[in-house]
Design a protein. Structure first.
Length: 94
């Protein structure tokens, strides 16, 4: 599972701009909000490519950062964020 920066911020209980600011201060994101060290951090931060057709401008492309599942505790440690409590799973309980 990969999360957008918005979904990751929501998970930590902060805003997307606050998450981005902290990630930039920690030298994890560049000025375009993409991974600063894509090779080094590839297990934790990935880039998603998107494209669409615009009637006047033609084919458009975009890049956005995604946080992988192993990236959640990794980010929490680097940004001094608290992980939310784990919810108990009562499925299958008798």
């Amino acid at each position: 599972m990969q999360r957008t920066l918005k979904q990751t911020a929501d998970y930590f209980g902060i805003t997307r701009p606050e998450l981005i600011s902290r990630m930039r201060e920690a030298d994890l994101l560049n000025r375009h909000n993409l991974p600063q060290h894509a090779s080094r951090d590839r297990l934790y931060l990935t880039t998603k490519e998107g494209s669409w057709w615009h009637p006047e401008c033609g084919h458009q492309y975009s890049l956005s950062t995604r946080v992988t599942q192993p990236g959640i505790p990794w980010l929490a440690e680097r940004l001094s964020l608290s992980l939310p409590p784990v919810k108990e799973d009562h499925h299958g309980a008798a």
